[in-house]
Design a binder for this molecule. Sequence first.
Ligand SMILES: Nc1ncnc2c1ncn2[C@@H]1O[C@H](COP(=O)(O)OP(=O)(O)OP(=O)(O)O)[C@@H](O)[C@H]1O
Ligand SMILES: [Mg+2]
Length: 370
Amino acid sequence: MRNARPSSGAREVVVREDSLCRVSYLSVDYRSEDGEVHALSSVSLEIRRKEILALVGESGCGKSTLALSIIGLLPAQNSRILSGQILFEGKDLLSLSGKQMQKIRGTGIAMIFQEPLSALHPVLKIREQLGEAISIRRSRQGGHSLDQVFSYKPRASEFRGPLKRLVNLPSRRRYPKEVEDEMIASLKLVRIPDPERILNQYPFELSGGMRQRVAIAMALSENPGLLIADEPTTALDVTTQAQVLRLMKELAEKGETSLLIITHDLGVAAQVADRIVVMYAGEVVEEATIQELFSRPLHPYTKALLACLPKGSKKDGPLGSIPGSIPDLRKSFEWCPFVERCQYAMERCGREHPALEGDERHSVSCFLYS
Ligand SMILES: Nc1ncnc2c1ncn2[C@@H]1O[C@H](COP(=O)(O)OP(=O)(O)OP(=O)(O)O)[C@@H](O)[C@H]1O
Ligand SMILES: [Mg+2]
């Protein structure tokens, strides 16, 4: 039994007034051939309205698992939520049915996936996918209803087989001019050259970077309350990356969208985020405002991450490497999970698990401060 995983309801959950999404004591396991992987261990964090929160940490520390938990897309076949709560606009997401959760995904939470292909339907043209995203948002805002938007009526000859129907349907749907114009504008925003041509293409006809940009355009078009962006800019060139980040920041500042941005790149976090959460081995180890974290990092892991940045440009580089590797997540940590790599480790760190403690501006889970 891992003492890092309190039973749900064991602690009081304090929700701030400006809270958009509150994750409390979330623990998630995956079943694998080698045993249970404890991907998240009692993770708590809050995404506030009008803010950009960055989630950073080394590969395999549970960032995508947290994102998939919030949007309700953990793989059903081998994942298990052991405990915890996710509140979004006051709704308890983990208690919703699949259909209710689908509705939230269409209107409240959108995600740009780490692998852009998984966000795009393989046999639908970009026009259909982007048109759908824009139409859903417009119908939500009292514009056109979906029925009006899809004025397409299939002919009898198109019902010969499911594959033929799927292939035929896309090119025959018609969107109102405003939707067509918005499709072009949103592709231009993410600097897709020749957007008219791209609209008529299938995802497999695009390069990885182009697919990533289409996925970003789609997510932004939905204008969600919460946009989760899992490594959204890694496939982009530096100029486009800066533009996409600026665009996301503008959206958040307009007060329409809060952003959870998952990144390996502390430079990206420093560029756009208001606050930052550092994860290690399935746990949150430090949480602070950007200014605090860069000027006064507390956790030895965060300090090591910062020390790995190229000298002279602390805020402009990807994470370097820290000696050693993250521990095997099949293990149960009844001690600090960073102990084996920590240059400040004390005897206590190897036998007790530190709790995340601090205040609004800065909290850390480390015995150096308790
Ligand atoms: N579908 C899955 N089945 C089994 N194990 C999984 C699955 N997805 C993730 N894991 C494991 O869960 C742990 C956390 O993975 P996760 O993908 O959340 O990490 P991450 O921080 O997003 O990493 P990266 O930065 O490489 O994307 C890892 O040990 C990973 O191997
Ligand atoms: Mg990931």
